[in-house]
Design a protein around this ligand. Structure first.
Ligand SMILES: [Fe+2]
Length: 321
């Protein structure tokens, strides 16, 4: 059995593919699963189209890449812990969710370019998303390829950031953003946070990840999340902060040349390589509700660590899509 329908994600993009019509039987076939894993590693992200929109399918696609990563935070909403362990429900409603104004328009659940778990020493291999409640206005997920970003980056700026390491903390509030803020961003309503989350976040040591790393293939990946970044290791000063801000704003500018932006349909899944891709969420009209089902795939690229040999290492929360 082999995958019958494989297409480029978009003409001219150097990353990503689409796979059409995958059945649950195919998704559980060992040869097909191996083919999916190989295509994923090669292309960085896959949009599965025209598939059965079930959690069973989500688990089958997810585990083709690797085992699921569980989240120990009790406050996270599970779809069904007994039958669907690891499938997380992420919901934003008119009453619940941070709101910002961008370009003069208010949006709920905006997320700037980032990679997941930057605040942790280990980086999950992949994330998988499915849309349950789809908004009419916004709610678009963008994916930018770190390999394409590396190639597109100004060479003088690359020379200054390559070899540097970036500090991250679990600081998810818009008001905590230090780098890469859009010039016109206004905070309208803070993100909801509970006391348990705040305590855990405050107790975590800072994490450190390289700004650029090299895949086994030899390809270099620019991998900086401005969101939740604290500064450059050993350069938390005016010059270091100016460099990180220049990198962050250059990513914001170049990401649009190196990215794909997805408007969701109910019969789709997207899986992306968290060691390679950055992602963003456009935000949606605050009057609408949006629900996604999310799974996270275990793994580690082995290049992250905690500051000062900090204790910890657990994933404390998964609040980002
Ligand atoms: Fe995310």
């Amino acid at each position: 059995m082999a995958l019958p329908d494989i297409r480029p994600l978009k003409q001219g993009l150097p990353f990503g593919i689409r796979i059409g019509g995958l059945t649950l039987e195919q998704a559980n076939d060992p040869a097909v699963r191996q083919e999916i894993a190989s295509l994923f590693d090669q292309h960085g992200m896959i949009v599965f189209e025209g598939v059965e929109p079930s959690d069973e399918m989500q688990l089958a696609i997810s585990t083709a890449i690797g085992p699921l990563k569980e989240h120990p935070v009790k406050s996270l909403s599970r779809v069904d812990q007994d039958t669907m362990p690891g499938v997380i429900k992420i919901a934003v409603t008119p009453e619940y969710g941070g709101i910002v104004e961008l370009n003069g328009k208010q949006v709920s659940h905006w997320l700037p370019w980032h990679f997941d778990h930057c605040y942790n020493n280990e980086l999950n291999r992949a994330g998988v998303l499915r849309a349950i409640d789809i908004v009419e206005d916004g709610g678009i997920t963008g994916f930018a390829d770190g390999i394409a970003l590396y190639k597109a980056f100004p060479k003088d700026l690359l020379a200054r950031i390559e070899g540097k390491e970036i500090l991250y903390s679990l600081a998810t509030q818009y008001s905590q953003m230090k780098f890469g803020k859009p010039a016109d961003m206004k905070i309208i309503r803070p993100k909801p946070m509970n006391e348990e989350f705040n305590k855990q976040a405050a107790a975590m040591p800072r994490a450190i990840h390289p700004a650029v790393w090299t895949r086994d293939s030899g390809e270099k990946v620019l991998h900086v999340s401005a969101y939740m970044s604290e500064g450059i290791l050993d350069a938390e000063d005016e010059a270091g902060n100016a460099l990180l801000e220049e990198v962050a704003q250059t990513i914001n500018r170049l990401a649009d040349q190196c990215s794909y932006h997805h408007r969701w349909k109910p019969t789709e899944f997207i899986i992306w390589d968290n060691w390679r891709m950055l992602h963003t969420v456009s935000g949606n009209n605050p009057s609408e509700s949006r629900t996604m089902h999310r799974t996270t795939i275990k793994g580690d690229y082995g290049l992250g660590r905690f500051e000062n040999d900090g204790i910890g290492g657990k994933i404390l929360s998964e609040t980002m899509v």
